[in-house]
Design a protein around this ligand. Structure first.
Ligand SMILES: Nc1ncnc2c1ncn2[C@@H]1O[C@H](COP(=O)(O)OP(=O)(O)O)[C@@H](O)[C@H]1O
Ligand SMILES: [Mg+2]
Length: 356
């Protein structure tokens, strides 16, 4: 009897390259966003003639390719010319003028940022940028706490295109007048992909992430349906990875619709359903964070254990990271100090447990 021939041995994997399913993975081509990339390119175009570029306001819901498309434009620019300095920053991690200046200095190859004040850092940035032209992408701009850096760049950097990116179409209304009036933003909306586009994008990822024929048609359709329904490619990527891991755990050689269903049941309720279905650990962690405010991962684990949590530190940390990836929690990595890298966990301001 060939009882075990369909079973996966422990060295085998269904994944050809699991990293392809990371949100931060950069595909070589970005289909269905050519129009948007061309529009951004046209706003940058004047910089090639040593004139000032246009500024762009990029908006659209989460998971519709804003980040990946803009990173792609920045990457192409880097390959095309030495004359224009491409800079990309995520304001979720760099959320103050000071942090943004430090990051810009580092990207500009100026490492001596320690013990320097905000003004001095900006001098470095300004001098570097004014030697050439610059494209500055500020992704997740809604996360910044102050706009001084934007004002300073607008006033003192001569040839630039500033591109601000956010999930919130009305972000601009809350921006102080002195900045808004100077920005003169071109609007660029990213709408959710339709079913066919979502299919194309996920199919491409499946081909690169898994060995041939691993993902069964019913599994793919189930993932696709969720991604289309939520209008978020990340839902599709997360489900594919989770379903793959579940199938591996069961030593199955295929990923079936059942595995996808299980993946959805396991943790995806955060994204798909209501809080009553939320994984117990996740729910507990979220309410502890709501009670304690922002908290270090290690301290969170202590609170969690005191409250009767049973999972190991690594399990909890993995779940917290997952919630972070899906932006249900804010995670800030702090480097250095006696503890090495620590992660500070907090609830995003705009999201409450009742919305989960
Ligand atoms: N057109 C596309 N082609 C390939 N992958 C895409 C495309 N659009 C989005 N993705 C993938 O979907 C995920 C979410 O896209 P992202 O750019 O982070 O969305 P947003 O910034 O709008 O929230 C990323 O992993 C990204 O690589
Ligand atoms: Mg993004």
């Amino acid at each position: 009897m060939a009882l075990f021939e369909k079973m996966l041995s422990s060295e085998e994997s269904l994944f050809k390259n699991e990293l392809v399913l990371d949100f931060s993975f950069m595909p070589k081509v970005i289909p269905f966003r050519e129009t948007q990339q061309r529009f951004v390119a046209s706003c940058i175009q004047p910089l090639f003639q040593k004139r000032n570029g246009k500024n762009v306001f990029v908006f659209g819901p989460p998971g519709v390719g804003k980040t990946v498309a803009l990173k792609h434009v920045v990457g192409e620019l880097e390959e095309q010319t030495e004359e224009i300095i491409p800079l990309y920053l995520n304001c979720w991690q760099k959320n103050s003028t000071f942090k943004i200046y430090v990051e810009l200095c580092e990207q500009l190859g100026y490492p001596y940022t320690q013990n320097k004040g905000t003004e001095d850092l900006f001098k470095v940035v300004k001098n570097q940028l004014n030697k050439r032209s610059a494209v500055l992408v500020f992704d997740e701009i809604d996360k910044v706490e102050d706009m001084d850096f934007l004002y300073a760049i607008l006033e003192e950097v001569f040839r630039k295109s500033i591109i601000v990116v956010t999930n919130y179409p009305d972000w601009l209304q809350g921006v102080e007048e002195r900045v808004r009036s100077r920005l003169m933003l071109q609007q660029l909306e990213f709408k959710p992909y339709n079913a066919q586009e979502t299919r194309g994008i996920l199919q491409q990822r499946v081909e690169h992430a898994f060995f041939p024929d691993v993902v069964q048609p019913d599994a793919f359709e189930a993932v696709l349906m969720q991604a289309v329904e939520k209008g978020d490619i990340r839902i599709g990527l997360t489900l594919l990875r989770e379903a793959g891991m579940i199938a591996e755990d069961k030593a199955s050689r295929k990923i079936s619709g059942e595995h996808v269903k299980e993946a959805m049941g396991k943790f995806a309720q955060v994204a798909f359903g209501s809080s009553k279905d939320l994984d117990g650990d996740m729910q507990m962690a979220i309410s502890l964070i709501q009670k304690n405010g922002s908290v270090k991962m290690g301290d969170l684990f202590e609170h969690y254990q005191k409250a009767g949590g049973k999972s190991a530190y690594r399990t909890l940390a993995r779940k917290i990271n997952k919630l972070g990836e899906l932006h249900f929690l804010d995670l800030e990595k702090k480097e250095g100090g006696s503890e090495g890298t620590t992660t500070i966990v907090s609830c995003p301001k705009e999201k409450k447990l009742s919305e989960f």
